[in-house]
Design a protein around this ligand. Structure first.
Ligand code: 6PG
Length: 476
């Protein structure tokens, strides 16, 4: 065999990844269940580099140098298992199968363990950046063994996005670590998108700006600390006019957000790991709510508040306050995301480098942003903060944003504009910094109806009060 790497599954992501590899001077074996796709790729893009087309799995495997490096780019779930089952009997110990789809990390852990038994390396690899990223430089998050990274890493690093001369690719950790981190990336992506959408809604419905004006405001924000791919594309979407109607594009789109599941997975695993990721959860719920057409229809007649007009000067000031609320809420959402990565890393013994995750998300991926430099710094210097919120520089940002943040949430509430992302983020901030939480009362309630016991502030041990009797206290 002469190909350094093979890609099987040549839908747009697989095809673009194969082209990216070939463009970087690697000889790439290409294979697809329906062989016509393989032929098309070579016919259309064959002059971009060295492709070795294979009609069958056997031919594909035979065309690869050993140990073999196979990249699987098929739909997550059953199709991935089917491809693995097809290839495993054709492989030899030391060979590697990399799954570049959006697999659930539990599936990746299962597959990795099964293949390890046969002496094969299974690398669950998160790839972010969509079709464009796959072709021009994605952010790449490989899990799997150290050994497999030694063989795959240089190839992956060569095709990843580069920021300040560093590739946006690093070994995340063993077995499912890469797919776990990619899942959290998507959860954060949901939260970030929701926050930006709320900012837009407030600028429109409270400040009274039109989409084209909001696009300008976002372009302005994109020059500052909010500089990010998501803000940039939001400005473009808002500036777009529908050709048929001449209306703002955003006004002709049905307001029901869809999802493929990675945000939901993030929240599910956060619940399992006991990590409060309220910003991400609100984003998932907000998408879900938007899709409940019947429920929304039924509730449409419910009363809302009277709506005073904002004075134009106030609108400009309000827009600045929304920028601050957005930035503060964004810090919270990312803090929660990193908390989840940390918890996953501890639970599964992955030993994930929290600074490196920030570093490889600076380019290529959907949440790429200037902001990630700060997160990298926070986790890269000295002792890692318990939460991003208490990192000195982020704490300063929150301190200066908090009044505006509170004002925006209060205003949204008064005027009946839902801002679940902004409010959940602020509630998280206030709950974390609270001297005392009403959780004490919840403990009392639990002890009352179920003798679930409580701990005291002044003595060690578990206690129970005899509520139905003389209310005396017993050791639990
Ligand atoms: C990426 C994206 C990508 C994902 C979408 C879709 O990192 O390139 O996260 O993996 O397909 O963003 O997500 P939803 O369809 O669930 O919005």
């Amino acid at each position: 065999g002469q190909a350094q790497i093979g890609v099987t599954g040549l839908a747009v992501m697989g095809r673009n990844l194969a082209r990216n590899l070939a463009r970087h001077g690697h000889t790439v074996a290409v294979h697809n269940r329906t062989a016509s796709r393989t032929r098309e790729l070579v016919k259309e893009f064959g002059d971009e580099g060295a492709f070795v087309p294979a009609e069958s799995a056997e031919e594909f495997v035979a065309s690869l140098e050993r140990p073999r490096r196979i990249v699987v780019m098929v739909k997550a779930g059953a199709p991935t298992d089917a491809v693995i089952d097809e290839f495993v009997p054709l492989l030899e110990p030391g060979d590697m199968i990399m799954d570049g789809g959006n697999a659930h990390y539990e599936d990746t852990r299962r597959r990795e363990a099964a293949l390890r038994e046969r002496g094969l390396h299974f690398v669950g690899c998160g790839i972010s950046g969509g079709e464009e990223g796959a072709l021009h430089g994605p952010s790449i998050m490989p899990g799997g063994s150290r050994e497999s990274y030694e063989a795959l890493g240089p190839l992956l690093e060569s095709i990843a996005a580069q920021v300040d001369g560093e590739p946006c690719c690093a070994h995340i950790g063993p077995d499912g670590a890469g797919h776990f981190v990619k899942m959290v990336h998507n959860g954060i992506e949901y939260a970030d998108m929701q926050l930006i959408a709320e900012a837009y809604d407030l600028l429109r419905r409270v400040a009274g700006y039109e989409p084209a004006r909001i696009a300008e405001i976002f372009r302005g924000w994109n020059e500052g600390r909010l500089d990010s791919y998501l803000i940039e594309i939001t400005a473009q979407v808002l500036a777009h006019t529908d050709a048929d109607t001449g209306k703002p594009f955003v006004d002709v789109v049905l307001d029901q957000a869809e999802q493929k599941g990675t945000g939901r997975w993030t929240v599910q695993s956060a619940l399992d790991l006991g990590v409060p990721v309220s910003g991400i959860a609100e984003a998932v719920f907000a998408r879900g709510l938007s899709g409940h057409a019947r429920l929304r229809e039924a509730a449409r007649a419910l009363p809302g508040p009277e709506r005073p007009e904002l004075h134009p000067d106030d609108a400009a000031r309000f827009a600045d306050q929304v920028e601050q609320a957005l930035y503060a809420s964004k810090i919270v959402a990312y803090a929660q995301g990193w908390q989840l990565i940390q918890a996953g890393s501890e639970e599964y013994g992955w030993d994930i480098d929290l600074a490196s995750v920030a570093a490889i998300w600076r380019g290529g991926c959907i949440i790429r942003a200037r902001f990630l430099n700060g997160i990298r710094r926070a986790f890269g210097e000295g002792e890692a903060p318990v939460t991003l919120l208490t990192d000195e520089l982020f704490a300063d940002d929150l301190r200066s944003a908090q009044n505006a943040w509170r004002h925006v949430v209060a205003r949204a509430t008064e005027l009946g504009v839902p801002a679940p992302g902004f409010s959940a983020a602020l509630a998280y901030y206030d709950a974390l910094r609270a001297e005392r939480l009403p959780a004490a009362l919840i403990q009392g309630q639990r002890d009352f109806f179920g003798a679930h016991t409580y701990r005291r502030v002044d003595r060690e041990g578990d206690f129970h009060t005899l509520w139905g009797e003389d209310r005396s206290e017993r050791r639990g």
